[in-house]
Design a protein around this ligand. Structure first.
Ligand SMILES: Nc1ncnc2c1ncn2[C@@H]1O[C@H](COP(=O)(O)OP(=O)(O)O)[C@@H](O)[C@H]1O
Ligand SMILES: [Mg+2]
Length: 243
């Protein structure tokens, strides 16, 4: 049995004649913190969509928990422990913050007998407190500020009790203090043994967070290594300066 949580190998994804991902490899071990960076349009979200099942890759394989999940429906992948937050948060706008968490928790309760239905509200409150939304539980989601919306989006991903959480640009457009808030939240997941793939343009945050960073440029992984090596890699610097 492999010690890898996620094993992406040789993944290629095309949209018509356009190749969005080409022969991409990526592995994640349990509890590991991975940064995934790259210019806009380099294929980061497409890779997340292939991993989570929103898109199907044309070539390559995706294994999670030792299982080939490449052709499995999204709900099966969630059940195995995959969760993602969306670049554009998609909470149920007309529900309270609390109810937005109760929905995924009810879903999770069906597979984890550990959570009795009566405990759902307690569990939802616990997660909201963890992300700093405890005092906004009764607020309507549509009235939240941008940073609180991002926190709710991450809380919803956490409610599924994932083994791997993929955070797709949870920090875009936030102030430095708000970035630190989200960073602390994602760093806290380590204690729960949750692995994280952080997709982010805020370089300070990615470099601080990640044990390993992978770089996508135009659908190809051009580099991978520890944050310091990546920050000093001439190919990466060139890609970011758009030379
Ligand atoms: N559903 C789609 N149909 C056609 N092209 C797409 C689709 N999704 C993404 N693309 C294209 O694939 C490329 C990679 O997009 P994306 O994965 O969103 O990049 P990133 O998340 O790195 O900014 C872009 O050129 C984008 O226009
Ligand atoms: Mg994206």
């Amino acid at each position: 049995m492999s010690d890898l949580l996620l094993e992406v190998s040789g993944v290629t994804k095309r949209f018509g004649g356009f190749t969005a991902l080409e022969d991409v490899d990526l592995v994640v071990r349990p509890g590991e913190r991975i940064g995934l960076i790259g210019p806009n349009g380099s294929g980061k979200s497409t890779l997340v969509n292939c991993i989570c099942g929103a898109l199907h890759n044309e070539a390559g394989s995706i294994r999670f928990m030792g299982e080939d999940i490449g052709r499995q429906p999204t709900h099966r992948r969630i059940r195995l422990g995959l969760a993602r937050s969306f670049q554009i948060p998609k909470p149920f706008a007309s529900m309270s913050v609390l109810d937005n968490l109760r929905v995924p928790l009810l879903y999770a309760a069906r597979r984890h007998e550990k959570i009795a239905k009566s405990q759902i509200t307690d569990e939802a409150m616990h997660i909201l407190q963890q992300v700093g939304l405890g005092d906004k539980a009764q607020a309507m989601s549509r009235g939240l500020t941008q940073v609180d919306m991002r926190k709710l989006e991450l809380a919803r991903a956490m409610a599924a009790k994932p083994r791997l959480l993929i955070s797709d640009e949870a920090m875009a457009g936030l102030s430095p203090a708000e970035v630190d808030d989200i960073l602390a939240l994602l760093q806290g997941l380590k204690q729960q043994g949750v692995a994280v793939i952080m997709i982010e343009h805020v370089m300070r945050a990615v470099m601080k967070f990640s044990e390993r960073v992978a770089v996508l440029v135009a659908g190809r992984k051009i580099a991978e290594g520890d944050p310091q090596a990546i920050a000093g890699n001439p190919d990466v610097v060139k890609a970011y300066l758009g030379e």
